[in-house]
Design a protein around this ligand. Structure first.
Ligand code: ADP
Ligand code: ZN
Length: 753
């Protein structure tokens, strides 16, 4: 047979499956031209034209040699943007599962897995900061003239810059502090009020050289037993989730450290997830003292610092990664172990798309990569507790503190009795004041905890009963005394606090309810001569505020520290002998099925702060419900009894962890449209819902109005997670097609009101 000269068989086609960071649930196919064949691995980004956009960036998630489309309709990949894939096949698989579970697109899940500095390298070596461009007096005068008017947002930005910012502030930080969009800053800059400047970035506050190397401690009997079970699974490399349940100070961290050590010796890597507020130099140092090849990922890094860490992790230059929520996606090549410390913490749940829970993603990832997960807590979430009881997780328990140090004695203080008996009512009870007085006299330190910010939590007219509310949100305004402002904590709107009732114009407004600012001021009045400081999201602004205040407290210069949950973590200080919970009632009254669980966690965690050294600690819990089981059992550090009791209530009511939840929130400017969307969604769910699914709503949210948007919600409770995934899929076309009303879909929501 004559050979056909110089004709090579056409090489088979190759197509890239591409997803985008948009709420589109499907993937799109592009032809890979000859010249790019050798250089396009799945997990790399590509430049393609998409819809009307000639130049879009997508992620290549797979390669196939056949597609069901007419060849003319298939466009070419224009360029491959990464020489090496950004994500390994295993992480691609993980993000695909995350997307399916949380009802977002694969592209959105990928975006969450990659730090911005990795996606858009080149920028971010310096820190962009905002500066004032005119003298303060000029600006003050301008603020006075324009406050409350058309340029209210601009005045707010200037006021915050003048009065609140300490040190450098980035445009992003400033706009979120003020609750305004970036364009407001742009306007101010154009008009010459502010300017943007580049600073060379400060060193990463959590980087630091390794300190002196510490040796492992000799495990005590309980730790030994727990480690035995854990190490067996670590060695066999079999996917297992352990609930590590142990009171504060029982030595959980030592267990993590020794389990990690085993993983590292076997040439694999470990990831440690901690809540953002626990990610302090002290915490990091404990890990660095054992593992010098440590990488840290946190939100205060510049983009390039984060990128450098990320690249080091991918090259296996780091054997241990510590970070907050998003570190669950850290690209370690051979994962052996994930630790989730304080696994009950709600900061592991991301509150925007993708609304993932890092603890649950850790479990998904470990299953894919045959790794072990340690979920540690003194007050485990009932979800994890339930998973242990049903045999999905294993459990190890540490019942006592290391070296038999006593747990602090907790006194429950009945504020009803206090109110009836005190001549001059004070929200700090006589007993608490007495203990504070004694402790301060002995040069010891005090923590006062309250989960409410501001000076007064609301203002009310004694004559007509009108409560001062934000005009844009259905919420009472919080009063700040030092700044003399009434602020909506939801949209950050600020107004001059009125003396007279704006409704009846006769009554004199009364400022009621206690926030941390008032506790701080009262402590100063009661204990002059002792330094008092406050730690909450109002005072902890700027890059190093936390480290500064924490440092002064540790050195003993600050004697009384007042704060929100920010102080319930990481402050393990031997000289703190009195801890006061100013009100244990703040979360118990919320219309949420987790309200009692949160109360228990809060009280037990705060109580665990006392007596970490050799001096015994005292805890006073002030409450108007002294008999409530969430408080009584927290005071006894009795998680087990609380959990059993609370589980019975949840089972009867059909709430998680006995069911899985999905929450839909509809929001828009017109209430009828919002309500109609809610009704339509409920109707569609009704049609497809398998037996056993319970639908609640549509009903207005607990906060029916937010930033002038009406809000309604529908809640679905299903006996199995598969049903939730099915409902999410069924709703997809509806969510895509809804106009003028925003629909947010939240699977395993943290809050349901
Ligand atoms: P947790 O993480 O449960 O709150 P930690 O691991 O922080 O507890 O331990 C509390 C304290 O006890 C720490 O100062 C730690 O160094 C110390 N510690 C832990 N295990 C041991 C041990 N086996 N022997 C001596 N001290 C220990
Ligand atoms: Zn508001």
């Amino acid at each position: 047979m004559p050979e056909s000269p110089a004709v090579t068989a056409p090489s088979p086609d190759l197509f890239a499956e591409v997803v985008f960071d948009r709420p589109l649930r499907r993937s799109y196919h592009y032809r890979v031209p000859e010249r790019l064949r050798a250089s396009l691995p799945p997990g790399a980004r590509v430049r393609v034209s998409f819809g009307r956009q000639a130049d879009a960036t997508g992620y290549c998630v797979g390669l196939v040699d056949k597609v069901d489309l007419p060849p003319a309709r298939i466009k070419d990949v224009l360029e491959v943007l990464d020489a090496e894939p950004l994500l390994s096949p295993l992480l691609l698989k993980l993000t695909e599962q995350v997307a399916a579970h949380y009802g977002c697109s694969w592209g959105q899940a990928l975006q969450a897995a990659l730090p911005r500095g990795v996606r858009a390298p080149g920028r971010g070596r310096t820190l962009r900061v905002v500066e004032l461009a005119r003298p303060p007096e000029t600006l003050q005068a301008w603020i006075r003239e324009h406050r409350g008017g058309r340029r209210d947002k601009q005045t707010r930005v200037l006021r915050v810059l003048l009065e609140e910012v300490q040190g450098d502030v980035t445009p992003f930080e400033l706009s979120s502090m003020c609750g305004v969009s970036r364009s407001v800053l742009g306007t101010l800059a154009r008009e010459g009020f502010i300017r943007f400047a580049e600073r060379s970035a400060a060193a990463d506050p959590l980087a630091g050289p390794p300190g002196p190397v510490e040796n492992p401690l000799r495990p005590n009997e309980e730790q030994q037993k727990a480690l035995g079970e854990i190490l067996e699974r670590v060695r066999s490399g079999e996917f297992t989730v352990f609930l590590v349940q142990g009171v504060t100070g029982s030595g959980k961290t030592e267990i993590y450290l020794q389990a990690i050590d085993e993983v590292v010796r076997a040439g694999r890597q470990a990831i440690v997830l901690v809540p953002e507020i626990s990610l302090t130099p002290q915490t990091v140092q404990r890990f660095r003292a054992r593992f010098s090849r440590l990488a840290v990922l946190h939100s205060r890094q510049t983009e390039s610092q984060r990128r450098d860490q990320w690249l080091a992790i991918r090259k296996a230059e780091a054997s241990v990664v510590i970070g907050a929520r998003s570190a669950v996606f850290a690209p370690v090549p051979r994962l052996g172990l994930i630790v989730v410390d304080e696994e009950h913490e709600n900061s592991f749940k991301q509150e925007n798309v993708p609304r993932y829970h890092a603890r649950d993603v850790a479990v998904l990832r470990a299953r894919i990569e045959n790794a072990v997960v340690l979920l540690g807590s003194a007050t485990p979430s009932l979800e994890s507790y339930h998973n242990w009881r049903t045999g999905k997780y294993r459990r190890v328990v540490l019942r006592s503190r290391v070296e038999d140090r006593p747990l602090p004695e907790v006194e429950i203080l009945d504020m009803n009795v206090e109110l009836a008996g005190a001549k001059y009512w004070n929200f700090l009870s006589r007993r608490l004041r007495h203990l504070m007085d004694e402790a301060l006299g002995r040069q010891e330190q005090v923590l006062l905890f309250l989960n409410r910010r501001g000076f007064s939590t609301h203002a009310k007219c004694p004559r007509c009963g009108h409560v001062l509310t934000c005009g844009q949100c259905s919420a009472a305004m919080t009063y700040y005394e030092r700044r003399h402002l009434a602020v909506c904590l939801h949209c950050r709107k600020e107004i001059e606090p009125p003396d007279l009732c704006p409704a009846c114009l006769v009554g004199k407004m009364r400022y009621l309810g206690i926030g941390t600012e008032k506790v701080e001021e009262e402590s100063r009045k009661l204990f002059p001569g002792h330094r008092v400081a406050r730690m909450d999201s109002d005072t902890m602004r700027g890059h190093d505020a936390y480290e500064r205040v924490f440092g002064e407290f540790r050195e003993g210069r600050i004697r009384v520290l007042v704060g929100t949950q920010m102080i319930s973590k990481g402050l393990d200080l031997p000289n703190v002998t009195v801890v006061g919970v100013v009100s244990a009632d703040t979360s118990r009254d919320l219309p949420d099925f987790r309200a009692f669980e949160r109360t228990f966690q809060l009280v037990a965690q705060v109580a665990g702060r006392a007596g970490r050294g050799n001096k015994p600690g005292r805890v006073v819990v002030q409450t108007f419900a002294p008999e409530h089981y969430s408080i009584v059992l927290a005071a006894r550090h009795d998680f087990e009894t609380f959990a059993e009791r609370e589980m019975r209530e949840r089972e009867t009511a059909g709430y998680p962890p006995f069911t899985r939840a999905m929450r839909l929130v509809f929001s828009g400017l017109r209430e009828n449209e919002v309500e109609a969307a809610g009704e339509e969604a409920a109707r569609r769910l009704q049609e497809v819902a398998p037996a056993g699914v319970r639908l609640l709503g549509p009903a207005p949210c607990f906060l029916p109005m937010l930033r002038l948007h009406h809000r309604w919600q529908v809640l679905a409770l299903a006996p199995e997670v598969g049903m939730i995934r099915y409902l999410v899929r069924c709703l997809e076309p509806f969510v895509q097609a809804t106009r003028r009303v925003d629909v947010t879909l939240d699977v395993d929501p943290f809050s349901v009101f």
